[in-house]
Design a protein around this ligand. Structure first.
Ligand code: HEM
Ligand code: NAG
Ligand code: NAG
Ligand code: NAG
Ligand code: NAG
Ligand code: NAG
Ligand code: NAG
Ligand code: NAG
Ligand code: NAG
Length: 288
């Protein structure tokens, strides 16, 4: 489930248009109003990414990039428990941010970064906003950089946060053109390790396979570690967007830097904090 929780945060950030700045966030926002909130989240919503579609509206959940977004039930469950303790106090956006931190921290048995709280929840959820804001696995370096820059994230953040692909899976159709028909001549992507491409072809049997998934870090897809960068250096990045990080000198240097796992954990914490402050709603809470 941790895979999806981290991804959820990413979607909250990229999928929701910012209205206010992240200036109203602070540590222990719920200290007085709901002292157990963080603990309940750790032991276990209406951020707009959690809202369901209605007859009139296709919600973010049901945008194409939701393909791998599961875990709604987990967040809904945590939300229900928090509501029981402190009705109408704790936002789902904060719960998602805390849960992402805790899901990474779990294996280390210590909190990997502080999460500022005080986010208000979106009440409108539009698939079109998710589609417009979430970077595509087909993006090249230029479009990735633009996508992150539009959220005030740097190339350094881009490389560091891509390291989250050390956990979880990707669907075949999001990279199979790299295996079978890269330039329309029945060829493979020359930037993809050819031994690895052969292995991937045994998993994804054709261009039309939309259901099979492949682990992004085959050695330890459930572990939070810096394998993503080791794999990338062997030209085994699964998506074009992963491989794109090696197409520029600057980003390649960051990849090299993150081959040191201590450094990766430290930088990941910093970048997650930055990502968690983008475009958040803050201010007066008015909960229905
Ligand atoms: C750099 C731009 C990014 C692109 C283009 C991208 C793209 C993708 C794609 C296409 C998938 C597979 C979806 C599927 O096939 O079901 C995926 C999975 C995932 N991504 Fe990213 N991603 C990006 C950045 C991030 C960031 C910033 C994070 C979090 C910090 C993240 C965390 C994850 C996780 C945890 C999964 C695995 C989900 C699962 O196993 O169900 N990604 N990403
Ligand atoms: C969304 O729908 C699912 C089941 O269809 C339900 O369990 C969940 O509580 C709903 N979420 C919200 C926020 O209404
Ligand atoms: C959905 O659309 C119908 C017809 O346009 C409208 O009467 C109804 O109030 C809308 N419902 C919501 C929840 O917006
Ligand atoms: C994702 O969207 C598709 C259709 O766009 C929908 O059928 C599916 O239920 C959604 N998945 C989740 C987990 O909400
Ligand atoms: C990157 O992708 C964009 C949009 O598809 C395209 O216009 C641009 O030429 C590409 N850049 C490179 C260097 O391939
Ligand atoms: C990025 O920073 C600029 C300048 O400080 C600000 O105007 C803009 O709203 C920020 N964008 C986001 C998404 O936070
Ligand atoms: C490969 O791409 C070319 C050009 O887009 C297309 O004509 C051909 O049908 C594709 N091959 C397959 C197997 O889809
Ligand atoms: C993954 O496992 C294989 C086989 O056990 C090993 O050869 C390879 O070095 C490992 N790769 C990484 C990045 O740990
Ligand atoms: C491709 O992967 C193999 C291990 O599976 C590795 O030995 C080799 O160096 C890689 N090739 C490139 C070009 O990175």
């Amino acid at each position: 489930m941790k895979t999806n929780l981290i991804l959820l945060v990413c979607l909250v950030v990229f999928g929701v248009l910012g209205v206010c700045q992240g200036t109203g966030l602070r540590r222990k926002f719920y200290e007085k109003t709901c002292p157990c909130a963080e603990e309940i989240v750790r032991n276990g919503c209406e951020a707009s990414v959690l809202l369901n579609s209605t007859a009139n509206n296709t919600a973010e959940k049901d945008a194409i990039p939701n393909l791998s977004l599961a875990g709604f039930d987990v967040i809904d469950d945590v939300k229900a428990q928090v509501e029981k303790a402190c009705p109408g106090v704790v936002s789902c956006a904060d719960i998602v941010a805390l849960a992402a931190r805790d899901s990474v921290s779990f294996q280390f048995k210590r909190s990997m970064w502080n999460v500022l709280t005080g986010r208000r929840d979106g009440r409108v959820s539009l698939a079109s906003e998710a589609r417009a804001n979430i970077p595509s696995p087909f993006f090249n370096f230029t479009t990735l950089e633009q996508s992150f820059a539009s959220k005030n994230l740097t190339v350094h953040d881009l490389v560091v946060l891509s390291g989250a692909h050390t956990i979880g899976v990707g669907h075949c159709n999001l990279f199979s053109s790299r295996l079978y028909n890269f330039t329309g001549k029945g060829d493979a992507d020359p930037s993809l390790n050819s031994t690895y491409a052969a292995f991937l072809r045994t998993k994804c049997k054709s261009l039309s396979d939309t259901t099979t998934t492949v682990e992004m870090d085959p050695n330890s897809s459930q572990n939070f570690d810096n394998d993503y960068f080791k794999i990338l250096k062997q030209h085994k990045g699964l998506f074009l967007s992963d491989a794109a990080l090696l197409t520029q000198k600057g980003s390649t240097n960051v990849v090299d830097e993150l081959l040191d796992s201590k450094k990766f954990f430290k930088e990941f914490a910093q970048s997650m904090k930055r990502m968690g402050a983008i475009g958040v709603l803050t201010g007066n809470f008015r909960r229905d």
